[in-house]
Design a protein. Structure first.
Length: 272
């Protein structure tokens, strides 16, 4: 099992089989980034929320990676200032999904199935993803990277989410420590949920490149954490949104650098 999980990690950490298109959400009314396969009908879509003070471009590698595996991924670039509204950013994530469903992307060769929608995010964006899922019954899966508590409370909202949830917490995250953020969110989750701790990851480990916010926030970009998160999110969304079982062993076993927290996890993501 461990060997198969390692093999799945290696496969899903690599770029997928699809060519990727990169576009500007502002062209359809919402500032942000959209990445998608070059073509495809009835695709799954993911709205991704950035962390506090982080521009959406700091996650471009992750967005493009997921798109290479067949997903349409939209990342709103709103509420990037210090006084971000969590409630409104959660609403923007839902709006991003509406755009994916209702607007033909690319040259009209891309369409999204409304039954295959998910949300994900980093830090504040991870908490807002929980808020969005609690209010939108279309959302079928939720993933968070170093998820932070929000106002209104993502912990309270988690109990109203019955779809599968995956939380990746940073072992060295001092701003969104698992004990006060990802752990209570996973414990309160209304459906199957899994919590993993990513070794050596600080709060900004999941971001890409450099940014002035590194002067204020803890941690820095870390390739190993990004590689693990890309593979795990790809396995999770392939399984929950499309039924693809290539990453099933990865979802049910520990892998080096990202062990499953058995105390807080519950249910079986791979069976969802």
């Amino acid at each position: 099992m461990a060997h198969n999980a390692k093999k799945a990690l290696q496969e899903l950490a690599r770029r997928g089989p699809h060519d990727v298109l990169h576009g500007d959400l502002a062209l359809v009314g919402l500032p942000g980034i959209v990445c998608a396969p070059r073509g495809g009908r009835g695709l799954a879509a993911i709205a991704f929320g950035h962390g506090w003070l982080q521009p959406a471009r700091r996650y471009t590698g992750l967005l493009r990676h997921l798109a290479s595996w067949g997903f349409v991924v939209a990342a709103p670039s709103t509420h990037t200032g210090p006084f971000a509204s969590h409630r409104m950013f959660a609403a923007d994530l839902r709006t991003a999904l509406d755009i994916c469903v209702n607007v033909r992307l690319g040259e009209g060769d891309i369409s999204v199935d409304e039954r295959r929608l998910a949300v994900a995010g980093h830090g504040m964006g991870g908490g807002c993803a929980v808020l969005a899922a609690a209010e939108d019954s279309r959302i079928r899966a939720v993933a968070g990277l170093g998820t932070s508590e929000t106002m209104p409370s993502a912990i309270a909202a988690a109990g109203r989410v019955s779809t599968p949830g995956l939380q990746l917490a940073g072992e060295r995250d001092l701003l969104a420590a698992a004990r006060s953020n990802a752990e209570p969110i996973t414990r309160a989750w209304g459906g199957p949920a899994q919590l993993r701790t990513v070794r050596k990851a600080g709060h900004l480990a999941f971001t890409e490149g450099r940014h002035w916010s590194e002067l204020l926030l803890q941690g820095k970009s870390h390739y190993g954490s990004q590689r693990l998160s890309r593979a795990l999110l790809t396995a999770f969304f392939l399984r929950t949104l499309t039924g693809d079982k290539r990453g099933q062993e990865l979802l049910t076993n520990d892998v080096s650098g990202a062990g499953i927290d058995g105390e807080h996890s519950k249910g079986a993501l791979a069976a969802a």
